[in-house]
Design a protein around this ligand. Structure first.
Ligand code: ACM
Length: 725
């Protein structure tokens, strides 16, 4: 390793590439996520040796008993010990639920709790049952596995959420997700204190709930993949036991192709099978038809009977105006009654609002609803940038923010984490037509002065949602695409706005993910199965490559389905390529970068291990090429593997070679890698740039850049010392 005088100068370059910079952080504390409001780690631990003895004070209920039973099972799974009650006395858990909560499962539910753990056990005091659930989730994150056995770290915590609405949107229309998959997500949500599951239950590709009133919906528009009414009730109850509300979304008047396939008489333009991807994204209901409006009234009434939450999401996004203006009868009606397409949608919105109000429901919809005046009580979900959060709150609407939190953009966790729901940021999300119609194209998460808000506006933001649209997410990929990024966003939505340290996030995220996996999360297991299918002869070379590569970003990978980024589920295409398996956040790459910086800062003991990792990545290429001869389906990753080898060689050269002969190859490899990151650094870039073969990005790039730049600086010091310029 050359003596390297300076490494700080690489940091701006690393940030320019949009890759988070991780600095070393000692893991002396338990990985709490979300971070509590106040939290003091104490000395001492409580050993987890025997059963859990629960002492109740105050209120007790079946919901709380079930929560404690789940807690005990989870504690056993985390600690590896049988901690069933009744055994040898071990941990004493004192629970004091101060009062029942009339607002349980509303946005006012009482989630505040206080938790103290010490050598004598744990004391949890909560304002209501939801607070007990949140406190138990924290308690599980205090479990530490020490050499002498599992313990609970001693701590004093006083905690409550910043936002009352902390959601996760799962699109079950594009790809259906089984009940088991959804229940697993609800478990993960409970563990990370997310409290709203927003189910996107209907879209162009499928309608997913049994309707007794309109059975053709499941018969014609679900491909046999839907939830029965009994299953819906079961799922709602499963969520409720975890202090989680389910908010359903049935998207109209646009995004309604599936619905209209079943009932074509209500469509603005002819709708017919087989699914035509262009029609799937366009078809809209005819809002001028009283029969169509009665159909929607009947459907929403029936669905409101299944989903007890106060909020009911009706979509309202991305309506294509020419679906209406292209129909001469609708056009004539609009002219006669003096409507534009915007005011026609507002008329439809008003009617739906009134229908839902009769069922006691608060209407919620996407930010396109703001295009014409609508009742201020309608909750707006902003997705196209925070200027829509600002516009909605200025007009008096309560707002839930999902702009900045679209997990299907396949950005690393840190990119979403640094966006606060109240930040004046654009997110560059609008797809082509919407961008032209409604918003200037914004670079991802760039400052948008039009989105500045007053404190009164801030107070109208009820919370935020992470969203996973599933055009290219099958059930097998669900856990990997949601977690651990949803945990990072759970912290963004729960913890103080000042909790923003990306380095701390990077340190805690793998620990939290490992715990979630011990408690049922399937991300690693599902990826392992997918890799084994792709490379049945020997999975190791592919696994090595994918341990340090991530998928291209900002919908660049969606190009496999063509420009419309739509795939009808009736015609499922395989989602089993390497980029479908690759994770957005690779711990090995993050740790490599951290270790490089440490090494350059003087921890020379890390050099041998860095070299070993670089040699492994370099030599992996030959192994992968051999494998590709036997398993041709891995052939498409060979260019990514070759680049990994070149980058690894550049890193080794930078560590080993004082001369400059290697420099040209290293710079060329880095230029290729940087170009690959730039090609999907924004949606604009995606539209104009060819993507790397295999849609994979080399995540070791920041570490290699640091090594090469450090070698370059040290080399120039040597050369200058020798009088060479
Ligand atoms: C949306 O992404 N169209 C809400």
């Amino acid at each position: 390793m050359p003596d390297i005088p300076c490494f700080r100068s690489v940091l701006p370059l690393v940030f320019m590439m949009g890759i988070c910079a991780h600095t070393p952080v000692a893991v002396a504390e338990p990985a709490l996520m979300p971070q509590p409001r106040t939290y003091h780690l104490q000395s001492g631990v409580a050993p987890l040796t025997g059963g859990v003895a629960v002492e109740w004070q105050g209120m007790r209920s079946a919901l709380l008993d079930q929560a404690v039973a789940r807690f005990t099972q989870r504690l056993a799974a985390l600690s590896g010990r049988d901690l069933a009650p009744g055994g040898r006395p071990g941990l004493t858990l004192r629970i004091h639920c101060l009062a029942p909560d009339a607002d349980m499962l509303s946005i006012h539910m009482r989630e505040h709790y206080r938790l103290r753990t010490d050598a004598q056990g744990a004391t949890l005091e909560a304002d209501g049952p939801a607070g007990v659930l949140r406190g138990l989730a924290t308690l599980l994150q205090l479990v530490e596995r020490q050499e002498a056995g599992p313990v609970l770290d001693a701590a004093e915590i006083d905690d409550s959420p910043r936002f009352a609405w902390r959601g996760l949107l799962v699109d079950v229309s594009r790809h259906f997700m089984s009940l088991a998959a959804l229940e697993r997500q609800l478990d993960m949500m409970e563990l990370t204190k997310l409290n709203v599951l927003h189910l996107h239950l209907s879209d162009g590709q499928g309608f997913r709930v049994e309707s007794r009133l309109y059975p053709r919906l499941q018969q014609v528009a679900s491909h046999g993949q839907y939830y029965t009414q009994q299953q819906v009730r079961g799922l709602v109850a499963y969520a409720a036991r975890r202090g989680i509300r389910i908010v359903p979304e049935f998207d109209t008047p646009g995004h309604s192709y599936a619905l209209l396939l079943a009932y074509p008489q209500y469509a603005a333009q002819p709708v017919a099978a087989p699914m035509d991807p262009k029609r799937v994204v366009r078809a809209a209901i005819d809002p001028t038809s009283p029969q169509a409006r009665d159909f929607i009234a009947g459907l929403y009434h029936e669905m409101a009977g299944l989903f007890p939450d106060a909020y009911f999401h009706v979509g309202g996004d991305e309506v294509r105006p020419d679906e209406w203006t292209g129909n001469s009868r609708i056009n004539a009606w609009m002219q006669q009654h003096g409507y534009t397409t915007a005011t026609l949608q507002a008329m439809y919105t008003q009617r739906v609002h009134d229908m839902l109000a009769r069922d006691g429901r608060i209407m919620m919809g996407w930010d396109e609803l703001l295009d014409a005046p609508i009742p201020a009580s309608i909750v707006i979900e902003s997705w196209r940038g925070s200027r829509y959060t600002a516009a909605a709150t200025q007009a008096g609407h309560p707002v839930v923010v999902s702009s900045g939190y679209y997990l299907d953009l396949l950005l690393p966790a840190a990119e979403h984490y640094r966006v606060d729901p109240l930040d004046p940021q654009g997110n560059g999300l609008p797809p082509d037509q919407v961008a032209q119609a409604h918003a200037p194209f914004l670079e991802p998460f760039a400052l948008d002065p039009a989105a500045r808000m007053t404190p009164v506006q801030d107070a109208r933001v009820m919370g935020a949602e992470a969203a996973l649209w599933t055009e290219i997410v099958t059930e097998e990929m669900l856990d990997n695409r949601l977690w651990p990024r949803a945990a990072a966003l759970a912290e963004r939505f729960w913890s103080s706005a000042s909790v923003r340290d990306a380095a701390s996030l990077a340190t805690r995220l793998p620990v939290v993910q490992a715990e979630l996996e011990l408690l049922g999360n399937r991300a690693t297991a599902d990826r392992a199965r997918m890799m084994a299918r792709l490379a049945p002869d020997d999975v190791t070379p592919l696994a090595t490559l994918l341990s340090v590569t991530s998928p291209v970003r900002n919908y660049a990978h969606n190009h496999v389905f063509g420009p419309s980024r739509v795939v009808p589920t009736a015609d499922p295409r395989p989602l089993d390529r390497a980029a479908d398996i690759a994770a957005t956040d690779n711990t090995q790459a993050a740790v490599f970068y951290r270790d490089v910086l440490s090494c350059l800062a003087g921890h020379k003991d890390l050099a041998a291990s860095l070299r070993a990792r670089l040699e492994n990545w370099r030599d992996n290429d030959a192994r992968l090429r051999l494998l590709a001869q036997r398993d041709p389906s891995v052939a498409e990753v060979l260019p990514a593997s070759a680049l990994l080898a070149r980058l690894a060689q550049a890193g080794l050269d930078a560590m080993n070679t004082p001369a400059t002969a290697w420099r040209e190859q290293a710079e060329a490899a880095l230029a290729t890698a940087r170009g690959q990151f730039a090609a999907s650094a924004s949606m604009l870039a995606v539209r104009t740039s060819p993507q790397p073969a295999g849609d994979l990005l080399p995540d070791i790039t920041p570490g290699i850049m640091a090594l090469v730049q450090a070698a370059r600086s040290s080399d120039s010091v040597v050369r200058q010392g020798a009088g060479i310029r």
